[in-house]
Design a protein around this ligand. Sequence first.
Ligand code: FE2
Ligand code: FE2
Length: 475
Amino acid sequence: MSSIDYSEKIPNNVNLSEDRTLQRALEQWQPNYLQWWGDMGPEGSQNFDVYLRTAISVDPQGWAQFGHVKMPDYRWGIFLNPAEKDRKIHFGDHLGEAAWQDVPGEHRANLRRIIVTQGDTEPASVEQQRHLGLTCPSQYDLRNLFQVNVEEGRHLWAMVYLLHKYFGRDGREEGEALLERRSGNADNPRILQAFNEKTPDWLSFFMFTYFTDRDGKFQLCALAESSFDPLARTTKFMLTEEAHHMFVGESGVSRVIQRSCAAMNELKTDDPAKLRAAGVIDLPTIQRYLNFHFSVTIDLFGADQSSNAAIFYSSGLKGRFEEGRRADDHVLKGQHYKVLEVQGGQFVERDVPMLNALNEVLRDDYIKDSVGGVERWNKVIEKAGIPFRLKVPHKAFHRNIGALAGVKVSPDGRVVHDHEWNQNVEHWLPTDEDRAFVASLMGRVVEPGKFANWIAPPMMGINRQPVNFDYVRFN
Ligand SMILES: [Fe+2]
Ligand SMILES: [Fe+2]
């Protein structure tokens, strides 16, 4: 079960050849996917040989095989974690019943919506990142970008497999629509707003992979609990790929900080103008990028009170983060959770039914998790002896969804008047000048072992290769 058959047109570990109808449907979708990759995948990259990892089995030991591949020839396929014997539903109204191997009719519409919404983010991020290869700071980073991109492509395959296999004609139509929407397109945009924003430069890319791919992790963790067993098994394998994306973000930002701190110490200054003149990114600008990406990403968890969230949980479609490790009754009826609101210029906490607050529960778990990496970034600054600390902004800062939408709150968590907001917003969110400055640093560095001036080299290469390895052959 866990080994992957690469002799087939579509590599898989789901015995695809035993289901001819499904196989044919997916083989019809495959050229459309490749067409989409050609149109919307990494710009100008079709002929590059890239040192990519490919899954050879879903076992922890056999996960990855590394080698140079042209991205259009990457073996995108369908890989599920092995089935757990006699798996039981472990939360919601069906607690204790057998997990579903098929979609129950009454949950069909909601499950389809959940799968489509998740699936839509995958090609969206490839589209958002498609120009970044032109301004890569090194071959090493270029390779990491491409690795993230091909895996997001595979995540789309994962969701399209579920749509084709379990949702019939509707599912096939959704599979086509996933290749038709375009990030940022006014007429046919991607479903979630953060996936219609631009990722214009590499600082944005690293922030995106740190913060927004981490949203992906939390959504996938919640779906990995699902009573719909094929969804749980698919998302479990996707999570092993997601970990690398967050690594790219965390280590990328860390290396930017390391380089900035080194320049601060060399030049004995914290003056942003002098640091910018020296071609590195000043820490306050990094903080503003952090504020932007954090606030846009926490909106992705949805409204703090949501009857849909309650339905998804009670009916067993979507669990909580680490549902199995929690010590409550896993039904949550009659329980409460505190959500934050602003009333008369003051924060107030309101007790609301827990089931309706599950988006907020997931958001709060996400916030706890994302703070960890920021503390590791601060260690880099501390080690350089610089008295500056990065901080995630207050969760009410710059929100656009839920009870906190549009409320004016400073990053340190004070409700402020419009006047104070307007006077300070340029210190809190990236300005056009910040973005133009960061853009001005983005040149293309592709000589093996060379790095752009604004970022430090990594500690180690990929798969124990040296840092100056030929990660991408341009041909
Ligand atoms: Fe993904
Ligand atoms: Fe990802």
